[in-house]
Ligand binder design. Structure first.
Ligand code: SF4
Ligand code: SF4
Length: 138
């Protein structure tokens, strides 16, 4: 199964090989979508995780036992139906084709393809797209 996780590292965990352990000991594939550190050396990692549900559950128990926060992110963006004029500009910016116009020129969003790059948010002339991950200080 694939999931998107927001992992928050307090500065006290900076010397622990937590990401390495997730890959090596819990058989997870991690695709880092975004990473940041603030001036207090707290780290935030937004990753796509691929692994069995059992391994992901065990991995979550492990990170929490190390004092690291982990939160599932269901959607990286949302599109306001009221504001969207279905101009298609965002579909040109979306390299992963998570945003497409269908044959009726209606905008479709596939969250499974979204990598959280935020390019669509920047180009939308109607400011119809908002982001749930930016709210976590990226
Ligand atoms: S760019 Fe904005 S207004 Fe145009 S289709 Fe995309 S979300 Fe809708
Ligand atoms: S955040 Fe990036 S990948 Fe996701 S829909 Fe927008 S442009 Fe596409």
């Amino acid at each position: 199964m694939k999931s998107k996780l927001l992992i928050t590292f307090p500065n006290s965990t900076g010397d622990k090989p937590i990401v390495f352990n997730l890959i090596k000991h819990y058989n997870l594939e991690l695709n880092i979508i975004k990473a940041s550190f603030d001036f207090n050396f707290q780290g935030t990692l937004f990753v796509e995780v691929n692994g069995s549900s059992e391994d992901i559950a065990k991995a979550l128990e492990y990170v929490e036992s190390e004092g690291v926060g982990a939160e599932f992110i269901n959607s990286t963006i949302s599109v306001s139906e009221e504001l969207c004029v279905e101009c298609g500009v965002c579909t040109s910016a979306c390299q992963s084709q998570a945003l497409v116009l269908n044959d009726e020129a209606s905008l479709l969003f596939n969250n499974n393809k979204c990598v959280g790059c935020n390019l669509c948010i920047k180009v939308c002339p109607s400011r119809a797209i908002t982001n749930g991950v930016v709210a976590h200080d990226f």
